[in-house]
Design a protein around this ligand. Structure first.
Ligand SMILES: [Zn+2]
Length: 502
């Protein structure tokens, strides 16, 4: 490629704390009534004193530790001075030269290739209010409920090379924020907001990259918007440069309907925010011991879990990813598997293949959770406290399938019942009369009846049509409402067909 992109991200994330950043107002992202969660502090009344939210500081440092950042032992807040109607104080409390976290990196999977993306810094600030413009645009209203909500800002190094890496970075960060309980990071709700900086440069003499004009794309509120806008800008800027046009240094927006970026405003003079240390908040300090203690509670992060699930349970990458992305489902899976392992270990008889059996059980359990259970829930997220069947019930259900005590058809009926009301699967089978028919005589009777009613299919089979056999199996299973043991049906059907043939 003649021109290569240089891409960096600036990500803002609202933290999940009970109260706002510098006052005790509730931090409620779902507040409907405007200007209800406000007080003199977050409205910036003169004479009020901000008090920093310790939980927000702790969560930001936790994110830094998860991203391999250095946690600064001495940090501070600064005032960023600018005027805008959604900023009642006339300045935003942010961090300038001593952020909470410095440096770091995050690895993303770029279509099978691991790409390490550097992180410049992670700091803490406060969110602004929200402006709402009336329909005829003759005036605007402002809601300060969001004003003063703890806002974490993360800036990446300009390491990103394509639209997929940009998307994967945001996706992985979103997952980490959720694992740490730092934020729900719902992009649609504006809890995670992305800005892209992108320029196209030529590879100069000696393979050195020359930087082009930097364009900013603001307010990207979905993964699709991040990926789409980057891909579009790479194309747009490349064509312009090739045609000898000059790329303007500007801020652009993203139109999700047309799939294009559009010019919002030309770059004005560089803003001078006249940063200075916030005089009302003491500097922030943390000792190496406290950092160590905090690091110990970071826990298992998505990247580690992905590898562990693939190894420990021999799951394929897409299935493992379902359990990593849906943490509750992953935990439920592990609880059910531990029950299954216990069962396999306690089973009588040959112990030589216990390990192989455990692996089969884990895979069967994974498939039923990732396919059938998620299918029943449709697009609703799996939450263990909302799912009526306990992991013990679920493990027993998997055992019944594994031991071929129920067919996959019956399994679906039992699972539907368990997903709605919970309960012991063996009990459900008994109550609903779903137990398997494994009596040779009983199945034989049904087979004879089915053959009598389907003479043409039987004749087709004799004429060599294999499909007819599948059809006849289906008829026997249907006649027993799926309860006949499928292996026995096959054997008996073959036996009866052969008998009548001779
Ligand atoms: Zn307040």
């Amino acid at each position: 490629m003649e021109y290569i992109p240089t891409i960096g991200l600036e990500i803002h994330c609202e933290l999940k704390t009970a109260s706002k950043m510098f006052c005790s107002c509730p931090n409620d992202p779902d507040a409907k009534e405007p200007n209800t969660n406000i007080c003199p502090v977050c409205l910036g009344h003169p004479g009020t004193l901000p008090v920093a939210n310790a939980e927000a500081i702790r969560l930001t440092r936790l994110v830094g530790l998860a991203l391999n950042s250095e946690i600064l032992e001495h940090s501070k807040f600064d005032r960023k001075n600018y005027f805008y109607p959604d900023l009642p104080k006339g300045y935003q409390i942010s961090q300038y030269d001593r952020p909470l976290c410095l440096g770091g990196c995050l690895e993303v999977n770029d279509n099978g290739q691991i790409k390490k993306i550097g992180i410049t810094r992670v700091h803490l600030e406060e969110d602004t209010g929200k402006l709402m413009h009336t329909e005829n645009k003759d005036h605007s209203l402002v809601d300060f409920n969001r004003g003063g909500v703890p806002l974490m800002e993360l800036v990446t190094d300009p390491d990103i090379e394509n639209s997929n890496q940009a998307r994967e970075f945001v996706k992985e960060l979103q997952l980490i924020l959720r694992y740490l309980g730092a934020s729900d990071a719902d992009m649609e709700k504006g809890q995670l907001r992305v800005e892209v900086n992108i320029s196209m440069g030529k590879i100069g003499a000696g393979g050195k990259k020359q930087l082009g004009t930097k364009v900013e794309i603001k307010n990207l509120n979905s993964l699709k918007a991040v990926e789409g806008s980057v891909a579009y800008e790479i194309g747009r800027q490349t064509v312009m440069i090739k045609n000898g046009q000059k790329v303007a240094q500007e801020t652009r927006g993203w139109n999700e309907f047309t799939g294009q970026t559009f010019s919002q405003r030309e770059k004005e003079e560089a803003n001078d925010y006249r940063y200075f240390p916030e005089p009302d908040i003491p500097p922030l300090t943390i000792t190496p011991e406290e950092i160590k203690k905090l690091k110990s509670i970071v826990g298992e992060l998505p990247a580690k879990k992905r590898i562990r699930f693939a190894h420990q349970y021999r799951l394929d990458a897409p299935t493992a990813e379902i359990f990593v992305a849906n943490r509750d489902l992953g935990e439920y899976f592990e609880k059910a598997v531990s029950e299954l392992e216990e069962w396999a270990n306690n089973e009588e008889g040959d112990k030589s293949n216990t390990e192989a059996e455990s692996r089969d059980l884990a895979r069967l359990c994974a498939n039923y959770l990732a396919t059938d259970v998620l299918g029943i829930l449709q697009s609703a997220p799996f939450r263990e406290d909302n799912f009526p069947a306990t992991p013990e019930n679920f493990a027993e259900f998997i055992c019944l399938i594994h031991k071929k005590e129920i067919s996959s058809k019956i399994a679906k009926q039992v699972l539907a019942q368990m997903a709605k009301f919970g309960g012991d699967p063996t009990q459900i089978i008994r109550d609903k009369g779903l137990s398997q028919i494994s009596s040779k005589g009983e199945i034989g009777k049904v087979v004879i009846q089915v053959l009598a009613e389907n003479e043409k299919a039987a004749a087709d089979w004799r004429a060599g049509k294999q499909n007819a056999f599948q059809f006849l199996i289906g008829q026997v299973l249907a006649a027993t409402r799926g309860r006949a043991n499928p292996d026995m049906v096959k054997d008996i059907l073959l036996e009866k067909l052969s008998e009548s043939k001779s």
